[in-house]
Design a protein around this ligand. Structure first.
Ligand SMILES: Nc1ncnc2c1ncn2[C@@H]1O[C@H](COP(=O)(O)OP(=O)(O)OP(=O)(O)O)[C@@H](O)[C@H]1O
Length: 247
């Protein structure tokens, strides 16, 4: 279980995270949505210690994340962000294996297995990232994040740079992997429709606070409160306009 207890984080005059308490059960698929600057990335990055709280605590299975060296913590937490972050001079194979290599663990057939997992042909292993499409690169980034078999996966706008068709396909793959590998997944997204269609719990952030914590069904039923309703207006309006076109 991931728990945040009264967490605050300020940058100068800006309060990025304002007294957030939260628990996330093992196996949950949680989406974090909210306007730009509402604190989503900061909250996510506190879990793998890319950011530290000014006050309050972040624990995983009851253990404070600061109790161990950050690199050891991060072996248990896969992290994928928008600009894939692959090492450009390394092959796909070396990129996927980097976590294992740094930990001194055997690589074996892990690269091939991970490529199978994200449904990429095994022969991309010898290419460098610049010889892949954007969607393929993002799949490699996901494969790299999962290569050390972490129980937790953090995704920060990981699908944001993809075209809509690839985005939908990769999102579907993520939902599938989440269930198959028994992951606890946190997905930061600007896209409310993506949150509703992938997660089982949606947290809505506004000015550093969590202002709604609801299931997709509750949000669709209009039970998320005013900020959530503002974000719901976009997919609702699009669905209405598409339905009108079909009439
Ligand atoms: N390193 C930093 N230095 C100064 N201010 C920062 C820093 N990181 C974040 N902030 C500020 O903290 C607030 C929350 O930022 P954060 O990136 O968490 O928001 P977000 O909801 O993820 O936004 P976006 O959707 O645009 O990525 C913003 O006002 C941002 O400008």
């Amino acid at each position: 279980m991931i728990a945040l207890d009264r967490v605050r984080r300020r940058y100068g005059m800006v309060t990025a995270i304002d007294d957030v308490s939260l628990t996330i059960a093992p196996g949950a698929f949680v989406a974090l949505v909210g306007a730009s600057g509402s604190g989503k990335s900061t909250l996510l990055r506190m879990i793998n210690r890319l950011e530290e709280p000014d006050s309050g605590s972040v624990t995983i299975d009851g253990r404070d994340v600061t109790d161990q060296p950050a690199h050891r913590l991060r072996r248990r937490i896969g992290y994928v962000f928008q600009q894939h972050g692959l090492f450009p001079h390394m092959t796909v194979a070396a990129n996927i294996a980097i976590g294992l290599t740094l930990a001194g663990r055997p690589v074996g057939d892990r690269v091939g297995e991970m490529l199978d997992l994200v449904e990429l042909p095994r022969d991309v292993a010898t290419r460098t990232p610049d010889a892949l499409s954007g969607g393929q690169r993002q799949r490699v980034a996901i494969a790299r994040a999962l290569a050390t078999a972490p129980p937790i996966l953090l995704l920060d706008e990981a699908l944001g740079a993809l075209d809509p068709v690839t985005r939908d396909a990769v999102a579907g793959r993520l939902v599938d992997l989440h269930a198959r590998l028994g992951l606890t997944t946190l997905l930061v997204t600007h896209d409310m429709a993506e949150a509703l269609l992938t997660a089982s719990r949606v947290l809505v952030m506004d000015e550093g606070r969590i202002v709604a914590d609801a299931t997709p069904a509750q949000l669709v039923a209009g039970q998320g409160g005013p900020v959530a309703e503002g974000l719901m207006a976009v997919p609702r309006h699009q669905a209405e306009r598409l339905a009108a076109l079909a009439r």
